[in-house]
Design a protein around this ligand. Structure first.
Ligand code: GAL
Length: 815
């Protein structure tokens, strides 16, 4: 990023919209951005004075420590779950030691050449109650662990000397409803600039008019003059598409010693639209020139697209109707904990894309900035959520303690950071806020909606409401631009009738619970079903009291063309909130995910895929290892209209989709089948009754061998990129042993390390950082990370009595 050492002449082409002219400027850009990743020292609690361990950031101090039932046990009344008496919840926040104080420190060097520059330390998020010190002097604090923030540390710096950056964090008990993570779990950067500079997160780019021939671009830039005298400056805005400059403009002005918002307009000829299918992105390069020198260069990404929310026809992107096929995602990465890793997130979002999802709701807090960046690049609509709690407490030490001092600052920080992203369509100011139950609760909603309108007039505010009646009666639903409904498919029609002007969507839907590979017969709705195994049915019909099956929401959405779509709770399992086993131990992670905690798709992945994607899906469940003669249910998640089932070649009948029955609308079902070992086969049929596709499952024999499948065979040698390696236990014919729980050990050799292991079992208390893992229903995952050196990474999986497996991944500097 450092460019100021490279004195070079660049040609700046000015003002193609305002007449083209050409002048020479010397690029002496002072902006230098350095990620602080390595050589941090860390100490948990302050009792062990001087016992520091070296860590890399992003870092989650709790994820490598043992689970413990007693951590953050919460005796609470969860109104949102319909409870009437408090319950003692174990594992609600993941049962990992995230409570307490964490201390980080790192030495920084600043040379005499840095004198006169502005120096900032910037955090994408630190969990939580961050206090930042330089050379033992207090610089500032930011308590909300999910917010991005920065401090100007210029006055505290000693030049040509070692400087000490200290970050003190503290997570309080009873402060979260899920695993929040612990530590500096997102990136930290040092940003150096000239004293005349564009403020970080200081541009706001909008596209007030888009036609096929031109796109108008309005750029508001927050420029700061921190030098000791007024300056004549030029501000040069250039728009690039794939490295080609497509427009530019310049403005000259005199700046006092202050900050100033400078507004400029540009035009792009034949703008390429950003869409879900073709996520075209543009870049604004803002340069500040003082005299003949360019002293700062700041880059912002944006896109051309229009969004329209309607009360009776749903949502439109670029004039095209799009229904939200969305997922809610918490911020943790399962076995990696909360420590952010962009390549792991890319992997996750690609899986969501494969399923046919087109939208993400970042629940219930500001995400890492790279998530909305990935949404831009991969083509997802994005709902950025700010809060799960306002003034009224859900947890004793939750956001209610910060509300008065911080709500505006946190919301503004989020909006300023993310408002240029074309993927971002709504600002969610809250989720299931308890103000719903207060007569004047609308006031806080109005306060936040006003901030949204002030900071970003181009996007609506929204919130997820669960308390249907109260949210309407108390005026909250009216105090946001777009009310979102959590778990109310049976209310869509009546709400639309009563409030035809409202534009609505399902902000949280389904909350079906399932455990990968766990099947219970008969397959039927299981409302708040508690099973002795502490597992949930993979037939995707188990759900807590307030929730539904995917099928029920699909139906409600289809019958309500005015609804803009849904956001399923959740795309991935997450740490904490092990509903319905909130009081049972050992459970410590959710059952809500379409994909399990380790990253392996559950059956539900194929139900959504069959409904959401254009690809043909024929997915048979359950596995085929039962007791001879036992009565079983067989379901097929498919977008084929009809299919025939065969057991060992004998037909069990043809089933067709039947929209008059909920559970025959999106799946084909053969209940009351007598199990015989061998094979079960489903054959999809066309209207003429001809076979057009088939899927077979075989009865597995004894575990015999291991197999490793990797999500990528090449990885970047940057010390950060992640490979997901899924290990399966197979019989001698290569059939998955669907109940195998063999202990598998991993050997790694070459240019990589094992970052984490997992198997998706919500009841497992095995460590995520071991080099071994038991299979859960035949599978487990090891997550590899490249080193910074090119080469190969060899992973070997071994298990007593089984044939080992090996895989080689190549790690390259550029891929
Ligand atoms: C909702 C809540 C989510 C999660 C979910 C589980 O009420 O917004 O955070 O708790 O329930 O169904």
């Amino acid at each position: 990023m450092k460019t100021n050492d490279l004195f070079y002449l660049i040609l700046v082409f000015f003002g193609c919209t305002f007449g083209c002219q050409k002048i020479d400027k010397i690029d002496k850009t002072d902006r230098e951005v350095t990620r602080l990743t390595d050589q941090w020292e860390f100490q948990f609690q302050d009792t062990l004075e001087n016992e520091w361990t070296t860590v890399t950031v992003p870092h989650d101090w709790a994820i490598s420590m043992p689970f413990d039932k007693s951590i953050d046990m919460q005796e609470v009344l969860v109104l949102e779950d319909g409870e009437r008496v408090p319950k003692l919840r174990t594992g609600r926040t993941g049962a990992l030691p995230h409570i307490g104080k964490g201390f980080y420190r790192k030495t920084l060097q600043f040379s005499n050449q840095d004198k006169g520059k502005k120096i900032f330390v910037q955090f994408d998020g630190a969990m939580s109650h961050a206090k930042v010190y330089i050379n033992k002097e207090f610089v500032g604090s930011w308590p909300y662990g999910y917010s991005s923030f920065e401090f100007d540390i210029t006055p505290y710096i000693k030049y040509n000397k070692e400087n000490l950056l200290d970050v003190h964090l503290e997570n309080k008990p009873l402060s979260s409803r899920w695993y929040p993570g612990a530590g500096i779990y997102r990136d930290v950067r040092i940003v150096k600039t000239n004293p005349v500079y564009v403020k970080n997160w200081g541009t706001f780019i909008t596209t007030p008019e888009i036609t096929s021939s031109k796109g108008k671009v309005n750029i508001k830039t927050n420029v700061q003059n921190d030098s000791d005298q007024p300056k004549n400056i030029e501000i040069i805005q250039s728009i690039f598409y794939k490295n080609e400059r497509v427009s530019s403009n310049t403005k000259t002005l005199k700046m006092g010693v202050s900050d100033q918002e400078i507004e400029m307009n540009l035009e792009v000829v034949s703008p390429k639209l950003w869409s879900i299918e073709t996520p075209n992105l543009y870049q604004v390069v803002t340069q500040i020139a003082v005299g003949d020198e360019i002293v700062d260069t700041y880059k912002s990404q944006f896109g051309f697209r229009t969004i329209k929310f309607t009360n009776n026809e749903g949502f439109f992107l670029n004039g095209q109707h799009v229904k939200f096929k969305g997922v809610c995602l918490h911020h943790d990465l399962g076995p990696l904990g909360a420590a952010h890793n962009t390549s792991a997130w890319r992997h996750r979002l690609m899986k969501m894309k494969e399923m046919g999802a087109n939208a993400i709701r970042s629940t219930h807090n500001p995400s890492d900035p790279s998530l909305v960046q990935l949404a831009d690049e991969l083509g997802f609509l994005f709902v950025a959520e700010a809060f799960d709690e306002w003034e009224e407490a859900k947890t004793e030490n939750g956001y209610n303690k910060l509300w008065h001092e911080w709500a505006e600052k946190d919301l503004v920080a989020l909006i300023h950071r993310d408002r240029n992203h074309p993927s971002l369509i709504m600002w969610s100011i809250g989720n299931e806020i308890r103000e719903q139950n207060k007569e004047d609760g609308y006031k806080n909603a109005q306060f936040l909606t006003d901030i949204v309108h002030r900071e970003d007039p181009t996007r609506p505010s929204t919130a997820g409401f669960n308390n249907y009646k109260a949210a309407i009666d108390n005026g909250l639903a009216d105090a946001v631009d777009i009310p979102g409904w959590n778990y109310k498919p049976n209310k869509y029609k009546v709400t639309h009738e009563k409030h035809p002007e409202w534009k609505m969507y399902g902000s949280e839907t389904a909350s079906t619970v399932s455990s990968r590979g766990e099947y219970f017969f008969p397959a039927k709705e299981g409302k708040h079903k508690i099973r002795p195994s502490l597992q949930a049915n993979s037939f995707d019909m188990d759900f807590p009291n307030w929730a539904q099956t995917p099928d029920r929401e699909f139906k409600a959405q289809e019958n309500s063309e005015f609804m803009m779509g849904e956001f399923v709770w959740t795309g991935y399992d997450y740490l904490g909130e092990p509903t319905p086993y909130n009081e049972e131990w050992p459970t410590k992670s959710s059952y809500f995910g379409i994909i399990d905690l380790a990253g392996i798709p559950k059956d539900r992945f194929y139900l959504y895929k069959s409904h959401w994607s254009d690809e043909k899906v024929l997915h048979l469940l359950p596995h085929w290892n039962w007791k001879e003669g036992q009565t079983v249910s067989v379901h097929c998640y498919t977008n084929y209209y009809k299919a025939e089932l065969f057991i060992n070649g004998k037909s069990m009948g043809v089933k067709s989709k039947n929209p008059s029955k909920l559970y025959d609308t999106y799946r084909l079902r053969w209940d009351d089948i007598t199990y015989h070992a061998g094979e079960v086969k489903v054959v999809a049929l066309n209207e003429k009754g001809e076979a057009i596709a088939e899927e077979v499952k075989y009865t597995a024999g004894q575990p015999h061998q291991l197999k490793i499948e990797v999500d990528r065979s090449e990885v970047k040698a940057n010390g950060e990129e992640i490979v997901y390696a899924t290990v399966s236990v197979l019989d001698k014919n290569g059939v998955l042993c669907p109940r195998a729980n063999n202990l598998i050990t991993f050997d790694i050799d070459g240019e990589g390390t094992i970052r984490a292991v997992g198997n998706g079992d919500p009841t497992s208390l095995e460590s995520f950082v071991d080099h071994q893992r038991k299979a859960f229903n035949g599978k487990c995952v090891t997550i590899l990370q490249s080193s910074k050196t090119e080469g190969t990474i060899t992973l070997k999986a071994n298990s007593a009595g089984l044939v080992s497996a090996e895989v080689i991944v190549s790690s390259k500097n550029s891929i």
